[in-house]
Write a protein that binds this ligand. Sequence first.
Ligand SMILES: *Cc1c(COP(=O)(O)O)cnc(C)c1O
Length: 470
Amino acid sequence: MSDLLADIPSVDKVINDQDCTPLLEEFGRQPVVLAIRSVLNEVRAERKKSLAAKTQSTILSMDVIITRVQNTLELQSTFSLRPVFNLTGTILHTNLGRAALPEQAIARMTEIASGASNLEFDLVANKRGDRDTHVEDLITRLTGAEAATIVNNNAAAVLLTLNTLAFNREVPVSRGELVEIGGSFRIPEIMSRSGCQLVEVGATNRTHLSDYEQAINDNTAILLKVHTSNYEIRGFTHSVSEAGLSLLAAKTKLPLVTDLGSGTLINLEQFGLPHEPTAAEAIASGADIVTFSGDKLLGGPQAGIIIGKKTLIDQIKSNPLKRALRVDKITISALFEVLGLYLDPDRLQETLPTIRHLARSFEDVNQLVVDMLPAFQSALGSQTQVTAIDTLSQVGSGSLPLDQLPSKAIAISSTKEKGADSHLQKIAGILRQLPMPILGRLNDGQLIFDLRTLDAADALSEQLEEVNLS
Ligand SMILES: *Cc1c(COP(=O)(O)O)cnc(C)c1O
């Protein structure tokens, strides 16, 4: 017994082996020592186990140990977050990181991340500055608002706004607008966490101005309108428009706050999509504060943008919670560059990935499908049928809920008589394990890859060449 265990080399012996030298160079001494220790511990445990079970142990060579050390080190240094091909047909997929950033934003983030910057330093006045000023002018120009401030995401924007303007007070909200936005963001819950009291008005399908009027009392702080961007109520419905609410807000001297959710800056009808209220429209129709996301239809970094009346924005900015929810210099850099592209809206289809994907014509996607079909067929064609199909892409991230955009996809169906579904699941699993995973969606017995959001066709072909179905 002691022989088998005594056979295990010391850490020093492994580290001084000449085959260990390249590992020391690549990873550094301390990580290598720790990896050797952990491999030798594993080996010791394995040997004890096989001794107890009286099974044969494999011969232990220095080669085997060093290979295991190398594997351990490589595993430790791989990053679990990595690029994937989003071919799900959902342009802004929250689980897949939402908007892809344009190259100008990436360049600016790199520049500002690389060293010191005047993030909160006024170079003219030589005194402490405000990080919001780097993007505030651009936002107010694009939206017509008086002032703006930025936080981590739109959930934070809603939380901070309510906490500032309605703490310990009442907020009437239409029952038709008490939405849940994927994950755990629900309007009633965010309201109670922000310390304000929700007063439900109207009915799920119909809310009238008089419902709000009856709910208002001395303890009412604001009127809140939530843009229900991720679902639709059809049929016998009525809601109070922003303009209608803003008249009531003016009459009662209460601020009107609108949570726009997606908050686009341009009219999406030009891409054949239904109208989504823009941030400028919300301001023009009388909202005193409007909040929206940076990484939904705007196509920028994760951020929450709060715009509106300067007096209210000043109050929001001086809330101590703002400090907890503020964005960093990298987000501000990306946001500046993305917003800058909106100054030239006619070219957004070329300059901004989210708009490029939204606006991509059916013919363009179809051409991509024609080009990519052979690569899919040669990678996945055995025991499956690989065809081109018509499909509908969706915007995603709670913006424009319904499938809207006519698109073209590559569809894989199993030719197996039995277990076709698990066959497709298995193929999907293999594609998810590629160095750059390829993600589609399973639908109606088909594995579907919508190419609307494909940018790197060559890289996709390369990945498909690596597929091994056996
Ligand atoms: C998406 C959404 C939010 C949350 O925005 P995040 O940027 O994801 O935090 C809040 N309100 C509405 C109406 C939304 O659509």
